[in-house]
Design a protein around this ligand. Sequence first.
Ligand SMILES: [Zn+2]
Length: 342
Amino acid sequence: MPTASRAPFYHWARHVKYLGPASIVKMFAIYQTAQRRHIVPTAPQLWRLSGLPPVSYCPVCKLIDETPAAHNYRCPICGRVLEDKAPSKIGVRVLQAKLGDVVKVARFNDIRTVKLSEYIPHITGNPRFNSYMMIIAEQYRPMPNKAPSVYTVVALEEMLKALGKRMSEDSQLTRELATNIANENEVAKAAIEELRRRREERMAAALSKALSMGGIGVATVYSGFGVKRKIAKMLLDHAAAAAAIRLGNYQGPPPIFQGRVLGSPHRYIPPLVDDPPDQVLEDEYMRAMVEWFEDHGIDLVKVWEHYQAVRDRQYKAMYSELLNMIDEFVKKHTTAKEETKQ
Ligand SMILES: [Zn+2]
């Protein structure tokens, strides 16, 4: 078993809240597996091992695109905009239903034919690594009574963005999520009543408080809109960057948020830290990292200060905005569902 302090990204990770030794060792295990093939692993290699990248596919041509960026996120055969599916259990079932078992796989200019059943292990990665990253990313789900990390702030921003964006469209997914949240609230309310009936006042009060603070809908939005997956990817991306800079072999910054939604502006978030910058800069590897980013036009310390300030001063306001948006989201999409029933 590797020790946390031997991870080549330890100098960064140890300054991030909730990345304790157990989490660092988990990420190190993924990193070491990638290292068997690549001396200095890149973020996409770590993502693939953890089953984190979505599968881009064309339902018309029954084609999976392994290099969607190289094709401008369009099917290399028919030119249609590619669709994305996360390689979760449900996602894989959807892919099987939509594509059948014989699929084309495009990689740059090559197109080959494969059996989807044989190809699946390639997209789902190592299930153990996937669960490692999901456990780690869970630490950054915004919660009413848990001190936020700067990565919790990033998660909260992404959730606000996702809710804002999808409010306008009434897709199957939005309706399902809204219904789930509404149902969870109903279940929680029933549980509170039951606890009161049994005179378990303390439990009832705790659950009631969680309910009024929106702890329930938040979890659904965090995983349902893919934000948890995004945070998992970002942490691996930042670990890969920290390690590669230290080893003198970094090509980044990688375009993690680029191109996923056509027309969205490029948004790159560099590795963040929760500790005060003065303290972080005592570390020579962290100083080297700051210098590297400076050479590439990013003022790392300024970015840290920004996220730390938001974490310390705006988090509560953002959290209540999130609860309001979830409320509106549920009202809007469960109402829309009632209307379509008539
Ligand atoms: Zn096509």
